[in-house]
Design a protein around this ligand. Structure first.
Ligand code: NAI
Ligand code: MG
Length: 356
């Protein structure tokens, strides 16, 4: 099988870590019978300065027409608003209907100060308060601002179904790449606040319950947690969780919070997922403070590559990358400066490639 992958390095260290992601794909064992072709695509602030748009039509068209998946580095956003500039990744998620944002948070045995964590947050990405339907009215006691929180059955159902599928797949990957986890049964935790928002979050909760009651998820343990106590437990007992599914706003907050549980932003991957398409994207930004020094940690990107492969149906290839990355971190000989080591991007990559 040959997969065509769009490479969108973007700005700053995106240009240093995305080539590392490409190298890992090119270095997968030939026994997997998996080949790749690549197409370089533009997006980001540099592109905006050159062409007047942060997301050229050609990038979107090529992804839609030619590609099976993509890797996205990072983009710089101007700190003051610049006329005509808007975030290309937000636009891409819309244009390709990438309705799920998937963010695994994992520590390995050797690298963590506490118990190993291996969880994934699955965030709905198209609705909730982020539909941005806000208004401000002038009342007798001053201004009043309001926003619509929109929750639909369709979006809640598809995000819950994908969460269930991720839980099942993680079980397979644990079997193929025995790591730190001793979890015996996959689990999905539905996060909501339906005790207060009985209609919106109530619909999310009810729909998620229904979706996860499907026959194919009979081996998945389904539980739920009110979002505020979820935050408490996530920090007290992160090792308890497997897959957490949440509406857009709660998912946004939970996923950034959970990223703080591991040592460095340079470790945390994500994927933007739609029907039959996935973009792997490290969670960090363009890191102007270390740009051009060759020391950016490539691990977040390498894990994002593996995550993309999972959603393209290549679990075995993904498991190989996860195992190689975990071994690099466990051994701790080639760690980048953000992890307290001295290795360059290239040295971390070489160590992972050797293990592959
Ligand atoms: P950042 O994630 O770029 O950097 C935060 C800190 O983490 C910096 O000290 C940086 O050196 C370090 N860091 C991040 N990734 C690293 C890696 N792979 N290896 C080693 N150290 C790493 O966030 P910041 O500084 O707030 O934003 C910088 C620019 O990136 C801004 O223009 C911002 O808008 C943009 N940004 C873009 C994102 C995206 O494309 N998804 C996400 C976050 C920020
Ligand atoms: Mg966020």
């Amino acid at each position: 099988r040959t997969l065509r992958i769009g490479l969108i390095p973007g700005d700053g260290i995106g240009r240093e870590v995305i080539p590392a992601g490409r190298r890992v794909l090119e270095s997968l064992p030939s026994s997997l019978n998996l080949n790749f072709s690549f197409v370089d695509l533009d997006a980001g602030f540099e592109t905006f300065k050159k062409t007047g748009t942060a997301l050229p039509d050609k990038t979107v068209d090529t992804l839609k027409k030619e590609c099976d998946g993509a890797l996205f580095g990072a983009v710089s956003s101007p700190s003051t608003s610049v006329a005509g500039y808007s975030s290309p990744i937000v636009a891409l998620r819309k244009k390709l209907d990438l309705f799920a944002n998937v963010r695994p948070v994992k520590t390995t045995v050797g690298s963590s100060n506490g118990k190993p964590i291996d969880l994934v947050i699955v965030r709905e990405n198209t609705e909730d308060l982020y539909v941005k339907e806000e208004r401000t009215v002038e009342g007798p006691n001053g201004k009043v601002a309001e926003a619509i929180k929109r929750i639909s059955e369709r979006a809640s159902s598809r995000i819950s179904t994908i969460a269930g599928e991720i839980a099942l797949r993680r079980q397979n990957i644990r079997a193929a790449a025995p790591g730190v986890s001793t979890r015996s049964q996959p689990m999905v935790t539905i996060t909501h606040k339906s005790n207060v928002l009985s209609q919106t979050d109530g619909l999310f909760r009810e729909t998620a319950r229904k979706a996860l009651a499907a026959e194919k998820f009979s081996s998945v343990l389904v539980e739920e947690q009110i979002v505020d106590s979820m935050v408490y437990k996530l920090f007290r007992q992160p090792e308890y969780y497997d897959v957490i599914v949440a509406p857009n706003l709660y998912g946004d907050i939970l996923s950034d919070g959970a990223a703080a549980l591991v040592g460095s932003l340079g470790l945390v991957p994500s994927a933007n997922v739609g029907d039959g398409f996935a973009i792997g994207e490290p969670c960090h930004g363009s890191a102007p403070d270390i740009e051009g020094k060759g020391v950016a940690n490539p691990i977040a990107t390498l894990r994002s590559v593996a995550l993309m492969l999972e959603f393209l149906g290549e679990e075995n290839a993904a498991a190989k990358i996860y195992t190689a990355v975990d071994a690099n971190l466990d051994e701790g000989k080639f760690l980048s400066p953000d992890m307290g080591g001295k290795a360059t991007t290239q040295q971390v990559l070489d160590d992972v490639l050797k293990r592959l």
